[in-house]
Structures are given as C-alpha cells and as structure tokens.
Ligand binder design. Structure first.
Ligand SMILES: *[C@@H]1O[C@H](CO)[C@@H](O)[C@H](O)[C@H]1NC(C)=O
Length: 310
C-alpha cells in the first residue's frame, strides 16, 4: 500500500465512522456495475488524452480540471475516476449514450457547454455516479443558459447516484424528458439517489417521469421552486432525508399532464412544504443502510463530494 492509499483509507474510515451507511460501497439499483474493472488504468491530463482513452474504455483516471473538452462520449465497461480533490471537467461534460456498465467517481463537473448537460445518460444502463460534484454559476442569468447537471432519459435504467454534491444551478436532475415518452420509458428509469447534497438548486432534485426513484439519507437546502417532483405515474420513495428551506420538497402534481406517486417517511422538513396527491408503493428490491434525517446533512457534507474516495 502506498502512503497515498493509506491516507485515502484513513479518510474513508473516518468518514464511515460518522454514520452507519458505508461510504465506499455500491448499493441500490446500480448494484453490479463494475465499469472498467480493477486495473490501474490510464491517467489523462488533457482533453485530447481523455478523448483518446474513452475510445478504449477500461479504467481512466482524470488528473486535474480539464478545460473545454466539450461533450465526450464514454463506451461501455468504463470507469472514469478523478484523482485527488480537484479533478474533473470545466466547460465540458459526458454523454453516456447507448452504453452499459459505466462508473463515474470523484469527478468535478463545473459548467457544461451551453445547452449541454454536465452528465447525460441516454439509453444507458448499469451506471454508478459516486462522490462527484456538479455546479455552474448559481441562480443567475437565464435558467436555460446551462442545461441539466445530471439528466437521465430514454429508458436509461439501473442507476445509483450516491454521495454527490449538486449546487448553485437552475436545473438539477431530470429523469424522463417528456410527458409523451411513456412508450420508451415505462418500466425503466430505476434510480437510487442516496447520501447526496442538493443546495441552491432551483428545481428537479430530481424530477421523475414514468420511472422509479428511491431517495434516502440526503440533504436538501435552499431549493426555491421544487424539489423531488414525481410526474406521469412515477414512483418515488423519499426517506431519512433532511429538507431545509425547500419549496415543494416532495410534490406529485406539478408541471405534467398526470400526477406521480410518492411515499415519504422519516424525513425532516424545516421551513419546507410537501404536496402528495397519490400515495405510492415503492418497496426497493435490495437491502440498504440509512442514516437518520437528523444526521444526513452533517454526514453528507463531510463524506460526499470529491476528495473522499479518490
Ligand atoms: C462489456 O464487458 C462484458 C463482460 O466482459 C462483455 O460481455 C461485453 O461485450 C462488453 N461490452 C462492450 C460493449 O464492450
């Protein structure tokens, strides 16, 4: 074990001790995702190196903030892992289209090119997005100047979004892009969101049409328009999560032709509202460990985001 690995181990252990849920483990709908496997892989330090490495897949380590890569497309069986606490993409993003088995960890995404998503999943299955950070410039300018931070569409499926920080942006995470896409999306778009922080995001944390979202042990602060938005018959289960200053923290009758379903339990709503018109019935088909809503924010603030596992 190198000194660096020892230090990372120590940090991960310290983080684990804060709560009951393991900080360095894949659980939920994305379970079984192995990405590029366990090899040491290729380290890249420029957009052109990243673009070349993405053609071969496997394990790709991104060292540093790569500026201006535009939107790049991974292939199946790939892991994209940031190195340390300041690696990722600025003015760029990733589009996972028609791929399977991809891991994205410890990456910062700071401003996608205008009209592009920082991270887009489109017909993508078996994906794990873990310990990343997503942001743009805050709630300023037009809400469509930048697109989504993490949009999951076109029957993407079996995804876990864990230990990430989403902040300072208009549109967070759109799951299911259109009321008229039932034919493709129904029965898909199954996603676990756990131990994430959403802070200063206008809406879509996430917004879910047709799909299934399990949200637990997460921390939401300052969401001025809407939080977890269940639409078009979507099923969401929201539990052990802390909401502070969140308008419509959970809502099932906003912005679509048909309402969604929701179950909420063991959450804390501080200066936050909810509106559930249809009780849901989601019972996740996997085992998982929650941390209580009262501790979710402190746990997530110290153990989510970059620099914890990479
Ligand atoms: C991904 O890896 C699996 C298992 O090795 C293999 O069967 C599959 O063909 C790979 N997919 C692609 C698109 O390379």
């Amino acid at each position: 074990m190198t000194l660096k690995q020892a230090l990372i181990g120590t940090i991960a252990l310290a983080a684990t001790a804060l709560g009951a849920a393991p900080v360095d483990q894949l659980v939920g709908y994305g379970a079984g995702t192995t990405g590029g496997g366990s090899g040491s892989g290729t380290t890249v330090t420029s957009c052109s190196q990243l673009e070349a490495a993405l053609k071969n897949g496997g394990v790709i380590r991104v060292n540093g903030m790569l500026n201006g890569c535009d939107i790049l497309r991974p292939i199946s069986n790939t892991s994209i892992l940031g190195v340390g606490s300041n690696s990722g993409m600025v003015n760029g993003g990733l589009r996972l289209r028609q791929v399977s088995n991809v891991i994205i960890r410890n990456m910062k995404f700071d401003r996608a090119p205008p009209k592009g998503d920082a991270l887009a999943l489109d017909e993508a299955t078996q994906v794990w997005i873990d310990h990343c950070e997503f942001k743009t410039v805050g709630l300023t300018g037009g809400k469509d100047d930048y697109d989504g931070l993490l949009d999951i569409t076109h029957a993407s499926d079996m995804v876990t979004v864990s230990w990430n920080k989403f902040y300072d942006h208009w549109k967070g995470s759109l799951v299911g892009h259109s009321d008229s896409n039932a034919g493709e999306d129904t029965g898909h778009l199954r996603i676990t969101y756990h131990h994430n922080e959403f802070s200063n995001i206008n809406s879509r944390t996430p917004s879910v049409r047709f799909g299934t979202a399990h949200v637990y042990s997460s921390c939401y602060t300052n969401i001025p328009t809407s939080g977890i938005n269940s639409r078009m018959g979507a099923q969401v289960l929201v539990e052990h999560t802390h909401f502070s200053n969140v308008k419509r923290a959970i809502i099932t009758n906003l912005d679509s032709k048909e309402d969604g379903y929701a179950v909420e339990r063991n959450n804390v709503f501080d200066s936050s509202t909810i509106e559930i018109t249809q009780q849901g019935n989601l019972s996740p088909p996997y085992s998982y460990t929650t941390d209580p809503a009262s501790q979710a924010c402190s746990i997530v603030r110290s153990s989510a985001g970059v620099g914890v596992v990479g």
